[in-house]
Write a protein that binds this ligand. Structure first.
Ligand code: GTP
Ligand code: MG
Length: 327
């Protein structure tokens, strides 16, 4: 299990024991700029590029692997880790059961689809629902309310919707709004800096949900066209990596949205590919495709989640939030 706060957290290579500033510089120059890169290196490689003793290189690699929790685990350990993941209700039983019970902690859930398919509405609903007590589908415990962070890149957050969705559950709307920490990200660098800052805020505030709506818009605007695709993906990968780490370390849910066009290939490449390309998640990420149906009905489909059965379901967007269609 990741050591949540029990020892010094290893977030960058300079946090690794034996890595001082000059070794760090040599590592970075040689391309070993992340914990992940070091975890998969051999002691000989590291010793060769940095001139550090082999034993030190071994120690650094071991620490990097421990930080990433890369080791043999028993199947039972895996089971316990998965069962320990907590779930937030979406407000729709259909959608919850499609997701295997709700939005899971320790992982990134991505909602993608065209405009108006309900991505932002789901994010609003989750920011409210996370605050519900555990037995009602939230993550609040009797001694601590679970809070949400809402990173808005498009300026589409509406407190009025939060108010309406809180009333639905009989919660005090002002109280619910107090427990949502909102921030507008003005560009991709800012968006990434916010996530770095969250490593300090999250444990203090008992944040159990981090929303990024939308995770891709700034990156797309700042790195337009095919010629910038590689640079964009690289940066986005780094961002998603940080989010995945946050989810894992603090046992919280990360929910991101991603608008895709009717002909995504023109703008974006293959829509069935993960938003950030292939990122090394500790837990499998969940991708949910949303499509419009009749009226306020929307269709959700799970895309390439190895641990969830394939399938589709229907939910509705109402004045009071995400719900199931009337039979
Ligand atoms: P983009 O951000 O443009 O990609 O779209 P999105 O997927 O985030 O869509 P969003 O979640 O904003 O969904 C918009 C839809 O939600 C609208 O088409 C409305 O039908 C519905 N909606 C939004 N607010 C309300 C409301 O107050 N009442 C009801 N009944 N529906 C609402
Ligand atoms: Mg939206």
């Amino acid at each position: 299990m990741p050591s949540s706060g029990s020892k010094k957290e290893i977030r960058s290579i300079t946090d690794l024991p034996g890595v001082g500033p000059s070794t760090a510089n040599k590592l970075i120059e040689a391309g070993y700029s992340t914990i992940e890169a070091i975890a998969v290196a051999t002691p000989h490689e590291l010793a060769a590029v940095t001139g550090i003793p082999l034993a030190t290189a071994q120690r650094i690699i071991k620490a990097a692997r421990e930080a990433l929790d890369i080791r043999f685990k028993t199947a039972l350990e895996l089971k316990k880790e998965r069962m320990a993941a907590k779930k937030i209700t979406t407000g729709s039983r259909n959608l919850d059961s499609l997701l295997g019970g709700g939005i899971e902690t320790k992982t990134i859930t991505e909602f993608f689809g065209e405009f108006g398919t309900g991505k932002t509405q789901i994010c609003h609903q989750l920011a409210v629902n996370v605050q519900l007590p555990v037995e009602k589908g939230g993550l609040s415990t009797p001694d601590r309310v679970a809070k949400a962070v809402y990173i808005d890149t498009e300026g589409t957050f509406r407190w009025e919707r939060i108010e309406a969705m809180a009333k639905r559950w009989g919660l005090d709307p002002d109280q619910v709004m107090e427990n949502i920490l909102y921030i507008r990200a003005i560009n991709s660098d800012h968006q990434m800096a916010i996530v770095d800052e969250l490593f300090n805020i999250v444990p203090k505030e008992n944040i159990k949900l981090v929303v990024v709506d939308s995770v891709t818009s700034h990156f797309r605007a700042e790195y337009p066209g095919r010629e910038n695709l590689a640079a964009r993906q690289q940066k986005l990968n780094r961002h998603l990596h940080q989010l995945a780490k946050l989810a894992e370390i603090y046992d919280l849910a990360v929910v991101v949205t991603n608008q895709v066009m009717a002909r995504p290939d023109v703008f974006y490449g293959d829509p069935t590919q993960p938003v950030g390309g292939h990122v090394l998640y500790h837990a499998p990420g969940v991708r949910v495709q949303l499509r419009r149906s009749r009226g306020n009905k929307r269709i959700a489909r799970i895309v390439d989640a190895p641990h969830l059965p394939e399938g589709e379901t229907v939910f509705v967007i109402t004045d009071y939030g995400i719900d199931d269609p009337e039979e």
